[in-house]
Design a binder for this molecule. Structure first.
Ligand SMILES: Nc1ncnc2c1ncn2[C@@H]1O[C@H](COP(=O)(O)OP(=O)(O)OP(=O)(O)O)[C@@H](O)[C@H]1O
Length: 659
């Protein structure tokens, strides 16, 4: 897995020493990184490219992937540095792209050009593969559904009118092969997944299938998988007894593990198109963190009959690797207002009929399936399409069973008390005035402070609590203390980065307690694992703490309800974690979170970063920064160039409202 913190920042400047010409100039101006320069220089040499604008385009295509995009949009690259001496032939982006298309780079399929974007071939292929897999899944006949059983189950599992969104998501998941369930923190995604699995298990039995429903619960990182596993146990426990008995306590794993990652094998994943996964249902949680590459691998390893539930929050920071797949799927498959609603409360009862084409359920939905409106569970005629809005796929006979691809958004927040939920929603909507009002309104759950000084007492107290429990050898107690408060920064390095804060807290502790806090290991040292070690069962992003037990130092790592304990001598790639980056914290939460905003000119100061950071808090969030930084950050979106949205729209038959 890539380093979760490799997003380039202003302190990551590196010089490509042997670069020449335009590449050297662009590197000196920090438009290009070393890797971009080296790849482009090599291509220019091999293909005898003399035009600096073409070489520059190749480097920019590499840069695009390195910074999270799937492709490079030449119309926007001047904005990277308007002062840079861009070659005059790059002023007209369309002409520049045409010149690249006419070059050997495209002729030899090293680069691909589509949708006005320039792709490295590998990423173009992956994007095509993802769209093609989804198209093939959508073209299959819809799953068989026992409507009477489903109707009764929906009434049983979603009895509360507040659960309207969850109920719609549940019904869509039963009627579709691919369902995307989105929602902010605490909107009941895991609860809905547990209920969906009960619905599916019941359908499985009603269809006379032998054996239990085979389910895989997966998340992109080990930490997110642990958390999913824990949340799923709780959600399963809350099911009515008969439904609980239907749903196996599946246990969650990582996507890499599910696919059978083997770094030494020629085919890196044991499960692939020639050796498909055996499951009936695959639930992919925290999907915002999934890269295009992994999504392509997962889709190719699924049997066509396997249901796929993609679950996540598309407003969070996207994967550290290339792609913003979840956001693209929501935009590309959600045909209507799935993304547009911003109200945090449950859907008004009459919204369905009032806003037929803008339903919460963004269904790329040809309409022939049974009704999806509340209560409309029995198989209706196509004219009863309810709140999805009647839509047709062109060229598909009206009577033919039609595939359903659906996006369901959960909007009601069950977990947060008012303020954090409202704050998350204000940030998501980019409403700076509301965000500032909530952060400065005096509510203890959300505060904005201009500098870090008031945090010193809290940080030292947290570290000392951790130390006390570690000295007692109390693994669970220490890990709980670690999860109590988290300090999050945008950058690893620099004056407001993780390294600085780790040093500062270590210094403060040294002033308070007589121990060597600069030693490699000491009781109470909070740990962050920085690489995957399959043999040790330790993964990038795992968090733990050093304990003293029987005079020895051991490290305890969180495994949901369990702990993994290892002698410190066996650890290699770990860092101190008094602070962590927002990227690394994705997929986990703490009761109280302190967010250090980056400086105003940091490229990391974006709405997605602030949203992700703030929504890591379960009970209380403190933001260190200025109102101006909040305003600036909310106005900036983390844009990732990709053609997946267009490709999904293009590949799928056009929807048009009926009548
Ligand atoms: N329909 C519901 N009725 C009552 N409580 C609910 C419902 N749905 C969810 N909850 C409660 O809300 C809380 C959050 O639910 P859940 O963990 O399913 O949300 P989530 O969206 O998966 O959260 P996260 O963002 O942490 O992944 C839990 O305490 C859960 O019991």
């Amino acid at each position: 897995m890539a380093d979760l913190d490799r997003t380039p920042g202003p302190y990551d400047r590196q010089t490509a020493r042997r670069a020449e010409g335009i590449l050297a100039e662009a590197n000196a101006a920090q438009v290009l990184g070393v890797a971009d320069v080296h790849v482009a220089a090599r291509l220019a040499r091999l293909l005898d490219i003399r035009d600096p604008a073409i070489t520059l385009a190749a480097a920019l295509a590499v840069r695009a992937v390195r910074t999270g995009s799937v492709a490079c949009d030449l119309t926007t690259v001047h904005a990277l540095d308007p002062e840079f001496a861009w070659p005059p032939t790059t002023a007209d982006a369309a002409a520049w792209l045409a010149a690249v298309e006419a070059s050997p780079l495209v002729a030899q399929r090293i680069l691909r050009s589509e949708f006005g974007l320039l792709y490295l071939d590998r990423y173009w292929e992956q994007e095509v593969a993802v769209a093609e897999s989804l198209r093939q899944r959508a073209a299959l006949p819809p799953p068989q559904v026992d409507d009477a059983t489903l109707a009764a189950a929906l009434d049983r599992l979603f009895p509360d009118p507040r659960d309207a969104d969850q109920r719609r998501a549940g019904e869509l998941a039963v009627r579709s092969r691919t369902t995307i369930i989105t929602g902010g923190p605490g909107t009941g995604k895991t609860t809905t997944v547990a209920r969906v699995l009960a619905l599916l298990a019941e359908q499985h039995t009603a269809a006379g299938a032998s054996g239990d429903l085979r389910v895989a619960l997966v998340a992109p990182t080990a930490k997110a998988a642990n958390r999913l596993g824990g949340a799923f146990v709780t959600a399963r426990e809350a099911l009515p007894a008969a439904d609980r008995a239907r749903v196996a306590d599946a246990g969650a794993t990582t996507l890499h593990r599910l696919l059978g990652w083997n770094p030494t094998a020629r085919s890196r994943f044991r499960h692939n198109r020639d050796n498909r996964l055996p499951h009936d249902v695959v639930v992919l949680d925290e999907a915002s963190m999934v890269s295009l590459t992994l999504m392509a691998r997962l889709l190719e390893a699924l049997r066509p009959s396997t249901r796929l539930l993609v679950v996540g929050d598309p407003d969070q920071l996207a994967s550290v690797e290339a792609g913003a797949v979840l956001a693209d799927l929501v935009a590309g498959l959600g045909a209507d207002g799935a993304q547009e609603h911003s109200d945090a409360g449950p859907a008004p009862a009459d919204e369905a009929s009032a806003a037929a084409p803008r339903s919460t359920i963004g269904a790329r939905h040809p309409g022939a399936g049974p009704a999806l409106a509340d209560g409309a569970s029995a198989a209706p005629s196509p004219s009863q399409d309810g709140d999805v809005g009647p839509t047709v796929i062109e060229d598909v006979p009206a009577a033919a069973p039609r595939p359903v691809q659906s996006v369901a958004r959960l909007r009601h927040t069950y977990r947060f008390g008012g303020t954090i939920g409202e704050l998350a929603e204000a940030i998501r909507a980019g409403d700076a005035a509301a965000t500032l009002r909530l952060l400065t309104g005096g509510a203890p759950e959300a505060t904005l402070i201009p500098d870090a000084e008031p945090r010193k007492a809290l940080l030292v107290a947290s570290a000392l609590t951790l130390r006390e429990r570690a000295l007692d050898g109390d693994a669970r107690g220490a890990l709980d203390a670690l999860a109590h408060h988290r300090l999050l920064c945008a950058h690893r390095t620099g004056p407001v980065g993780v390294t600085h804060w780790n040093r500062l807290v270590t210094q403060w502790l040294s002033e308070r307690v007589d121990d060597n806090f600069w030693a490699a290991y000491y009781p109470g040292r909070p740990l962050l694992v920085t690489t995957n070690d399959y043999g040790m069962d330790l993964f990038n992003g795992d968090t733990g703490v050093v304990l003293r037990r029987d005079g020895r130092l051991i490290a305890a790592f969180d495994r949901g309800t369990q702990t993994r304990q290892i002698a410190v001598a066996r650890l290699s790639d770990v860092e101190t974690m008094y602070a962590a980056t927002v990227h690394k914290s994705q997929g986990s939460q703490a009761e109280h979170v302190t967010v250090v905003l980056p400086e105003m000119d940091s490229p990391l100061l974006t709405r997605e970063l602030i949203y992700t950071a703030v929504t890591r808090a379960q009970r209380e969030v403190t933001v260190i920064g200025t109102p101006a930084a909040i305003v600036e950050g909310l106005a900036r979106r983390s844009v990732r160039a990709s053609g997946l949205r267009q490709r999904l729209t293009q590949d799928f038959p056009t929807l048009s409202p009926q009548g």
